[in-house]
Write a protein that binds this ligand. Structure first.
Ligand code: THU
Length: 138
């Protein structure tokens, strides 16, 4: 299934992901990550990384964001945006790629924003080829 979002949706998605960097709890790395996911019903849900004094316990922005969307009852998504302060834009870590894959299709777009607001976009298939997912357990 091909996913397309409108220019207006992308503007809102990026603005919210970039704005969500301000909500990051990252006293250890000081590396702010904001994220926003657009549901097929047209809702924008944001999140950010939440670190912990026991470092491995911290959670990435992507998983905080998607977790919030899931517990709010959403299951279908159109696009995800992730924003950092670095250049070039950072891409989701391996654990997050698998986490995102659970709820998305191969053509699902992930937009990555650098600190200046420039973006690159990749599909889930590009980020995590030959992946394992829910269908393999049926
Ligand atoms: N981080 C994310 O939130 N998303 C990623 O995809 C990569 C890394 C966070 C985790 C940690 O709080 C900080 O960035 C530095 O690794």
């Amino acid at each position: 299934m091909a996913h397309t979002i409108t220019a207006q949706e992308l503007t809102t998605l990026s603005t919210k992901a970039i704005g969500a960097k301000a909500t990051a709890y990252c006293p250890y790395s000081k590396f702010r990550v904001g994220a926003c996911i657009l549901t097929t019903s047209g809702e924008f849900i944001t999140g950010a990384n939440v670190e912990n004094a026991s470092y491995p316990v911290g959670t990435c922005a992507e998983r905080v964001t998607i977790g919030a969307a899931i517990v709010a009852g959403h299951r279908d998504f159109k696009a995800l945006a992730v924003a950092t302060d670095i250049k070039p834009a950072a891409s989701p870590c391996g654990m997050c790629r698998q986490f995102i894959r659970e709820f998305t299709s191969p053509s699902f777009p992930v937009y990555m924003y650098d600190g200046e607001g420039n973006h690159k976009v990749m599909t889930m298939e590009e980020l995590l080829p030959d992946s394992f997912g829910p269908d393999h357990l049926k």
